[in-house]
Design a protein around this ligand. Structure first.
Ligand SMILES: *Cc1c(COP(=O)(O)O)cnc(C)c1O
Length: 344
């Protein structure tokens, strides 16, 4: 449906007003929706309409039926799971970004997105005090970013063993072992399963009562091993003993990956930084913006000490559109993507 410029402006103003009214009520309403609000969701259950509904009417429907049936996680009273809200600054930046609607895959498709994400990536490394030359890919989630890091890890270890995975694939390739904490997050197991590691072959490192990997009972490590550790275990919030475990693992030639979906940000706190001691020696890290940092959803980072390892593994250069090796589309899963680094 085409709209006149004034009608379009009125629609956007209505969306902004409804959004502001929603946010104004989020602190005082109950967190999980009332039963009546949930029952009213049945009003959405109609057959695909033969004729369209006007944009203002559609927006009103979303607000009147949809808003009361939200979980009030974007407010001060929600304490369920590891679910963030969105801070006004990041939500406002996101609003601007939606108006821009950039395809943030490379400098050619969006100079502003490429520039801002390069700067944001550098700042992330500064805040987290991770090796400054690392690649920072902005992905949808710690799940997707963890997958990207494990892809880079396996490809790099196989290369070192003289195997070219890109050309020869995996059948007949040297076996790469993966060690995860017994308390590993289910999403990392999902990434490993999708990548074909086979749940039967995954080695589970025993943990202590707080859910931390026990260095004395760690399976043997070598240069064909990916060792996954955690900064922030979901049940206890605990951190693996990085300073004890990572140096010998690296010395043995293993690739060390850290899942720090929310916990990596402890590094930015003077009071909590000690929990992350030694974490900077790992090969790759994943973390979310949409949890501890309270950006809107779909904001996470894959950080890789060896920028080439990530850029080569995730490369997606097309003959019709060349991009620099470190363009975002060569660091994450997506070809077309939103500029997640902007709200971050
Ligand atoms: C939430 C979480 C993940 C998954 O992150 P998503 O962004 O939801 O994909 C992985 N690991 C830990 C420790 C988490 O808390």
């Amino acid at each position: 449906m085409t709209m006149s410029p004034p009608a379009e402006a009125a629609l956007m103003a209505d969306a902004d007003a409804r959004a502001a009214a929603y946010l104004a009520g989020v602190a005082t309403r109950r967190v999980f929706p009332e039963a009546t609000a949930i029952a009213n969701l049945s009003l959405f259950e109609e057959a695909l309409p033969e004729t369209g509904c006007t944009p203002p009417a559609t927006l009103a429907l979303l607000d009147e039926i949809g808003s009361p049936a939200t979980t009030a996680s974007n407010g001060p009273n929600y304490f369920g799971f590891v679910i963030g809200a969105s801070l006004p600054a990041s939500a406002a930046a996101e609003r601007m970004m939606i108006a821009w609607d950039q395809c943030a895959s490379s400098f050619n498709s969006s100079p502003v997105a490429a520039t801002l994400e390069r700067v944001t990536g550098r700042w992330v490394l500064d805040v987290l005090d991770l090796p400054r030359g690392s690649a920072v890919g902005f992905g949808t989630s710690a799940t997707a970013c963890g997958l990207s890091c494990i892809v880079a890890a396996r490809r790099a270890l196989l290369r070192r063993a003289g195997w070219d995975m890109d050309v020869d694939g995996l059948s007949g390739a040297p076996m790469i072992r993966v060690i995860v904490p017994e308390t590993v997050h289910v999403t990392l197991l999902k990434a490993l399963r999708l990548l074909g590691f086979g749940m039967r072959h995954i080695l589970h490192a025993p943990v202590d009562a707080a859910g931390r990997v026990d260095p004395d009972r760690l399976p043997a490590l070598d240069d064909r091993t990916i060792l996954c550790l955690q900064a922030g275990e979901v049940n206890t919030g605990e951190f693996d003993p990085f300073a004890v475990v990572i140096p010998p693992a690296r010395a043995a030639g293993a690739w060390v990956h850290v899942d720090g979906a929310f916990g990596l940000w402890a590094r930015a706190s003077q009071a909590k930084r000690h929990l992350t001691e030694g974490i900077e020696a790992a090969n790759s890290w994943t973390t979310d913006g949409h949890k501890w940092l309270n950006t809107p959803y779909d904001c996470a980072m894959a950080i890789c000490r060896d920028p080439e390892a990530l850029a080569q593994a995730m490369n997606c250069d097309a003959a019709y559109s060349a991009a620099s090796a470190d363009a975002q589309r060569n660091l994450t899963l997506e070809f077309s993507r939103r500029a997640r680094g902007v709200p971050l």
